[in-house]
Write a protein that binds this ligand. Structure first.
Ligand code: A2R
Length: 324
């Protein structure tokens, strides 16, 4: 009998094609009654494949007593209770690094759109307002900005590097100072005061919940631009809406929201916000690389008992195999 993978959320045909010869694939979305299926067959499940949005509920895992590994299709894994999994001896893997450049590009795309008022200017061209009303109003330059990166990790560093092309001065806030040529702020409010633009790119979860608060927006100020490519939970969303409505900050570019795929109506009607449907890593090339790593972690474990990219919290219970 082939080992069973329980799949939550979508996977690509390319991922499916690699798994089908070696595993029995059970799709949560295709089951009429997941709880009933798990009660009858949960003991057969050896692997879970899920993603950063759906994660897996702990009671699902309780119904799968022989699961060895949860392979997360994405770098963020705040939707998985990793300490619960670690206590049960279950390894969790994710897809770091392969999406750094794509998410960084998304952050820059949002920042450039805010400064150069892409939405307004595109509408001015498309609707005929240019012919009817004359030239578009002036926007603001995206060059020579002081950019505060909240979470200078793998992706944050890629953002900083891409911003060099715009002659940005990079400053950053993490819990720990790093050996990097950028100014460190251990106080986020002080960094927001010093920055023209704030870019959030921390993980989600309890330690960053509502980290970007009303006070942070007040410190960023009426010329300030806020970009979020982290998680919706990192921001106090009502405070962000209020800051945009009252022009406490100038503009925001958002790829992530508190209750995806729902976006609050107030955000949809505001002129000074650019909205994207969580597409940070969503290109064919990057999703192929993420899909490959997601699949490789399962195949590697099945063949050797080792994985390529465990999350730090379960690294101690995982044997790590180099990627070929
Ligand atoms: O705090 P540190 O020194 O551990 O630095 C990490 C920082 N970070 C925080 N900064 C301030 N307050 C916090 N409570 C906090 N928690 C974490 O975020 C680190 O520099 C950065 C995360 O970097 P990486 O672990 O390398 O993650 P990566 O691959 O850049 O992805 C970040 C997130 C994902 O978790 C997804 O939610 C999203 O980007 O796609």
């Amino acid at each position: 009998m082939l080992p069973t993978i329980y799949i939550i959320g979508g996977i690509t045909p390319f991922m499916e094609a690699q798994l089908v010869p070696h595993f029995t694939l059970i799709y949560d979305a295709k089951l009429e009654d997941s709880a009933k299926w798990l009660a009858e067959h949960g003991a057969d499940v050896r692997y879970v494949l899920t993603n950063g949005h759906d994660g897996i509920a702990s009671d699902y895992i309780d119904a799968m007593p022989h699961v060895k590994l949860i392979s997360n299709y994405g770098v963020g894994y705040d939707a998985i209770d990793v300490s619960y999994m670690r206590d049960k001896g279950i390894i969790v893997t994710h897809t770091p690094d392969v999406l750094n450049e794509e998410v960084a590009t998304t952050a820059l795309m949002l920042m450039l759109s805010c400064y150069r008022e892409f939405r307004y200017n595109e509408a001015h061209a498309r609707t005929g307002a240019w012919e009817k009303d004359g030239n578009a109003r002036l926007s603001r330059s995206a060059d020579n900005r002081v950019v505060g990166i909240v979470g200078l990790g793998r992706i944050g560093t890629a953002i900083a590097r891409k911003l060099e092309a715009f002659n940005a001065e990079i400053i950053y806030h993490n819990r720990n100072e790093k050996q990097v040529p950028y100014r460190y702020f251990d106080n986020l409010i002080e960094m927001a005061e010093a920055a023209d633009t704030l870019i959030a790119i921390t993980p989600g979860g309890a330690s960053t919940n509502a980290l970007i608060s009303k006070e942070v927006f007040e410190a960023l100020g009426p010329e300030g631009v806020f970009i979020n490519v982290a998680r919706g939970s990192v921001v106090d969303e009502p405070a962000l809406i209020s800051a945009l409505e009252t022009k406490t900050i100038a503009a925001a570019g958002l790829d992530v929201f508190a209750a995806e795929p729902h976006i609050p109506d107030q955000l949809k009607t505001l002129e000074n916000v650019v909205l994207l449907p969580h597409i940070g890593s969503a290109t064919e090339e990057t999703r192929a690389a993420m899909g490959q790593l997601t699949v490789d972690n399962i195949i590697c474990y099945e063949k050797t008992g080792a994985v390529h990219t465990p999350v730090p919290e379960t690294a101690e219970i995982a044997t790590v195999a180099k990627r070929g």
